[in-house]
Design a protein around this ligand. Structure first.
Ligand code: AMP
Length: 414
């Protein structure tokens, strides 16, 4: 029944192709051409990633600004195809205020044979976290951003998605201090070797168990949050490395050589390498993150600074079995001031494709699978709107506090 239904959807989709042609227009954005539905006007580039360019645009139907990401020939190789397909399937079913919401999906091509590009229309945010890291944030904003990251991560974990590649460029914020995670990280079976793109992959936030090729559990993502918090405090990347080897050196220089029981968990050749590094005692967290890095001008801020440092010391633990869990982090005194069960314990989405991460296909098969996902969306949705929730900071502003633009960002969405 499902196969017949899917065939009907694709047939219907093709029949409408002449009508569809009139619905699109093309506009040059940087080196790329965006061919989008006419409802999307005033396109402006706002970012680029491994998959291509992202634009802001005004959606005349929804009467709001949106972000549009173009995936150019997403089926061109295994790496691109798996990522695009996974992203499409997951974005369609995940619905949480700290994960980017999908508003629309379309392709300007009229048939499977002609199929080339996919456009993902998302909620528009103001900036990515790289831009926020430059700012001097007070404890309230810092802890609220962390809380939201942890809520988003917990929701992904509840759906069985362990990210493993959280980084500031994949986390976006609005000037009202709301935060959303943009992507779903590495598939369990992700090719971590040579990517077939000249795009440089950022690896600074990957946990020791990823760097060293060990097994991992959910708190692999806590390491990344720790690196991000550290960078927000220091305004410098915590463990920058030209490659994994250099990065590992930066980790052990600061945190110290891990204990023997950690080394025993490594496979033989990695253990030999790790054991043969010079031994480092590491530094205390008071030395790594001294008071001067935090706002500590009042007793309240001094307490908050010591709580933030305590949280860092529990997140940046090389041995994952001794590292804080996501649930524990949400209960930590620095974070739990924001705890709202509706946000933390939202029911997890059901992922329809159980083999999502295991799929291996030829380019032609990927093309068909991705085309089918796009066609289904086009058929099933009309104006699916996922509206963001107001920030508690703004809610507080309603009660008299002056936080109309808490992060003071140059806004794309206003
Ligand atoms: P991506 O291709 O998803 O890695 O996105 C690349 C960059 O585009 C991000 O680092 C953001 O700066 C920007 N970006 C992507 N999606 C959005 C969005 N929904 N709202 C605002 N900026 C975005």
């Amino acid at each position: 029944v499902l196969v017949r239904f899917e065939k009907a959807v694709i047939k219907d989709f093709t029949m409408n192709k002449n009508k569809r042609e009139k619905e699109f227009y093309s506009v040059d954005v940087g080196d790329s051409t965006f061919t989008v539905l006419k409802r999307y006007q005033n396109l402006r580039p706002i970012g680029s990633g491994a998959q291509g360019i992202v634009c802001s645009a005004y959606d005349q139907n929804l009467e709001r600004n949106v972000a549009i990401k173009k995936l150019s020939r997403p089926f061109q190789n295994q790496t691109h195809a798996k990522r695009a397909y996974r992203e499409l399937v997951l974005m369609k079913c995940v619905n949480h205020k700290n994960i980017i919401g999908l508003l629309n999906v379309f392709t300007p091509q009229k048939s499977l044979e002609e199929f080339q590009d996919v456009y993902l229309v998302m909620e528009l945010m103001d900036a990515n976290l790289c831009q926020v890291i430059q700012m001097e944030l007070d404890h309230e904003r810092l802890s609220y951003l962390l809380y939201q990251m942890l809520c988003g991560i917990k929701h992904l974990h509840a759906a069985g998605i362990i990210h493993r590649d959280l980084k500031p460029s994949n986390i976006v914020v609005k000037s009202d201090c709301t935060l959303k995670i943009l992507d779903f990280g590495l598939a369990r079976t992700a090719a971590t070797g040579l990517l077939m793109t000249p795009y440089v992959v950022t690896r600074y936030y990957r946990a020791p168990e990823v760097i060293l090729g060990m097994g991992y559990q959910a708190n692999v993502d806590i390491w990344s949050v720790g690196c991000i918090l550290a960078e927000m405090v220091r305004h410098k990347i915590l463990f920058p490395g030209r490659d994994y080897i250099d990065q590992w050196n930066k980790v052990i220089e600061q945190l110290g050589t891990p204990s023997q029981d950690f080394l025993m968990k490594l496979n033989h050749s990695v253990r030999t390498y790790v054991e043969n590094r010079p031994r480092y005692a590491g530094y205390s967290f008071e030395k790594l993150f001294p008071d001067v890095l935090f706002p500590a001008d009042s007793d309240h801020n001094k307490l908050k600074a010591s709580q933030a440092r305590d949280l860092l010391s529990k997140m940046l633990v090389i041995d994952a079995s001794k590292r804080i869990s996501v649930d524990e982090a949400l209960q930590h005194p620095y974070i739990n001031v924001w705890y709202d069960p509706a946000e933390v314990e939202a029911p997890p989405p059901k992922i329809p494709d159980k083999q999502l991460d295991e799929r291996e296909h030829t380019v032609e098969e990927w093309k068909e699978l991705i085309y089918k996902e796009v066609s289904e969306w086009e058929e099933w949705t009309r104006n699916g709107v996922i509206r963001g929730q107001p920030s508690p900071l703004v809610r507080d502003e309603e009660s008299g506090m002056e936080w109309d633009d808490p992060l003071n960002l140059p806004s794309q969405s206003k």
